[in-house]
Design a binder for this molecule. Structure first.
Ligand code: C5P
Length: 239
């Protein structure tokens, strides 16, 4: 169902606004992304509140630390009952593998489903020049992304976060059974904001994205519910 493929980015300052949005949209959208802005303000309580409203949470914390620390953060995310969370693939194979194993164990102990764990390859804010000059990585961007996605898969992660334009190279490197979640979605009728390499919801679904993350085209629409339903319609038509 396309309804389970659309994720709304709750990029708002506080719980009142977040819950207003969740309650307004939860009939159409079932997963809400809590990122660093909202989580830093409200803490884990916001996750409980969104869940209490009847929705699932994608905790976009992009963990990146030593294996033991990230694995333990993953255990705590599992305790919070998040539907999915993510880690930086740059943290390395051991960090990712330990996190998968620790969350699996914690989920088993609690008798709950293990959260989906996604890897972040190269942030879309980083371009080829920065990759070489600042990060000191000589490979070209596409090869580096394919390399990190493959590493994430080998470590047992369920998928990756990627720009819609990277879907093809990741599918080629990691196959069909690997989740690809894409932000950078812009319907024809919405402004681009600061996103550059965008795709429409229909194009992203056609390209094989499993989940689409959308923020401002819905949050800043005059009628957010209408905007969400329009995007879902577009996704439905394309699938
Ligand atoms: O408002 P907009 O639709 O651009 O929001 C996209 C969401 O996806 C934001 O929360 C943004 O931080 C996140 N994101 C992104 N590009 C990435 C990774 C995450 O836009 N590469």
């Amino acid at each position: 169902m396309v309804k389970d493929k659309l994720i709304l980015a709750l990029d708002v300052d506080g719980r009142d606004e977040a819950l207003r949005v969740v309650n307004q949209l939860k009939g159409s959208i079932s997963i809400f992304k809590v990122g660093l802005q909202l989580f830093t303000r409200e803490g884990p309580e916001i996750i409980r509140l969104v869940q209490e409203a009847g929705a699932n949470v994608f905790l976009d914390a992009k963990y990146h630390d030593i294996p033991n620390t990230v694995a333990n953060a993953g255990r705590m995310a599992t305790r919070l009952g998040v539907y999915m969370f993510n880690v930086h693939a740059m943290g390395g194979y051991e960090m990712m593998a330990m996190t998968v194993e620790a969350t699996r164990k914690m989920a088993e102990e609690l008798g709950v489903r293990r959260p989906i764990i996604l890897g972040v390859t190269i942030l879309t804010s980083i371009d080829q020049k920065m990759l070489g000059r600042e990060m000191g990585i000589g490979r070209n961007m596409e090869d580096e992304i394919a390399h990190l996605a493959s590493l994430a898969k080998k470590a047992g992660l369920d998928g990756v976060v990627a720009s819609p334009k990277e879907i093809g190279i990741i599918r080629k490197a990691c196959g069909q059974d690997f989740i690809i979640l894409t932000p950078g979605i812009r319907p024809d009728w919405a402004g681009k904001d600061d996103q550059r390499r965008t795709m429409t919801p229909g194009e992203a679904v056609q390209s094989g994205a499993n989940f689409l993350v959308v923020g401002r085209p819905i949050l800043q629409a005059a009628d957010p519910l209408k905007a969400a339903n329009k995007i879902l319609e577009e996704m439905e038509k394309a699938s």
